[in-house]
Write a protein that binds this ligand. Structure first.
Ligand code: CP
Length: 304
């Protein structure tokens, strides 16, 4: 049984294997019939306790392109609403013999708890403010495709670092692959001792942008901002939003990324989100390939 619970502890060789596998599987999405029989007979449960557009859809599409059978369960339509616990829910799902559960949960560590109790493969599709490993991997693939490499790049991550599972997985993955990460955001949204994550902290938006090969803008997660001092959205946009004026001072070949969903006019000006430097939709396309690779490597025919 194999899991993908986070990028912490995953080696550069293992990350490269996922990215190379994604590259070899991505051409399936360009075929007239976008389907291969690789996972025929396998059953995958998508178990989402939090809203999702990109992750859920791309895991489902990835599974279907590999011919797996898929079932989707959301918190609001399951018996969780009647008080059934997470472990009991998972044990009942397990009684139906799935091969893999893809899980998103608002609590950090929920997929790890499931993995302790449930003898089937688990993929963490985002747990609270902890990790979002498939997003981290698709971001690495997007950067590698755009820049031709991952080592020696300067990547700036801007926004709410404290609550961002995307930032955490990106930082871990980028550090493992040899990129240098700089973070910038409101002081109240930088974790204490943030440098221990292996990042440099910029003192201004200008400093974060200049010299960056890649800029990753984070979503303002209003649903997770109940416990911190936070500027108004208007002030946030003025002080921490990325606009055309910043790009004039950036490297000419800088690329802009964002995990989505984008708050247009808050963390990203619309003309930046839609401009030629934006890789936002490439990230989404690469997400399908990376998730196909994860499914293949975790439960595919050559899995030991
Ligand atoms: N990037 C991401 O996790 O998007 P969703 O919340 O729509 O899945």
């Amino acid at each position: 049984r194999r899991n993908m619970l986070g990028l912490y502890g995953v080696s550069a060789e293992e990350i490269t294997t996922v990215l190379d596998t994604a590259e070899s599987l991505r051409e399936i999405s360009a075929r007239p019939i976008k389907k291969v029989p690789t996972l025929r007979g396998k059953t995958i449960v998508h178990f989402f306790y939090e809203a999702s557009t990109r992750t859920r859809t791309s895991f489902e599409i990835a599974a279907k392109r590999l011919s797996a059978d898929t079932v989707s369960l959301s918190a609001s339509t399951s018996s969780l609403t009647k008080g059934e616990t997470l472990i009991d829910t998972a044990k009942n799902l397990l009684a139906m013999s799935p091969d893999l559960i893809v899980m998103r949960h608002s609590q950090s560590g929920a997929p790890h708890l499931l993995a302790k109790h449930i003898p089937c493969s688990i993929i963490n599709a985002g747990d609270g403010a902890h990790e979002h490993p498939s997003q981290g991997l698709l971001d690495l693939l997007t950067i590698r495709r755009a820049k031709g490499r991952l080592d020696g790049l300067k990547v700036s991550i801007i926004g709410d670092i404290t609550h961002s599972r995307v930032a955490r997985s990106d930082i871990i993955g980028l550090n493992t692959m040899g990129s240098q990460v700089t973070v910038y955001g409101p002081r109240t949204l930088l974790p204490p001792a943030v440098e221990t994550l292996g990042v440099r902290v910029a003192g201004s938006m200008e400093e974060a942008v200049q010299d960056a090969d890649v800029i990753i803008m984070l979503r303002v997660q209003q649903e997770r901002l109940t416990d911190v001092l936070f500027p108004s959205l208007r002030e946030y946009a003025q002080r921490f939003g990325l606009g055309l004026r910043h790009l004039k001072a950036a490297k000419p070949d800088v690329v802009i990324m964002h995990p989505g969903p984008v708050n247009r006019g808050v963390e990203l000006a619309p003309e930046v989100a839609d401009g030629p430097w934006s890789l936002i939709l490439d990230q989404v396309a690469n997400g399908v390939a990376v998730r196909m690779a994860l499914l293949y490597l975790l439960i595919g025919p050559e899995t030991p």
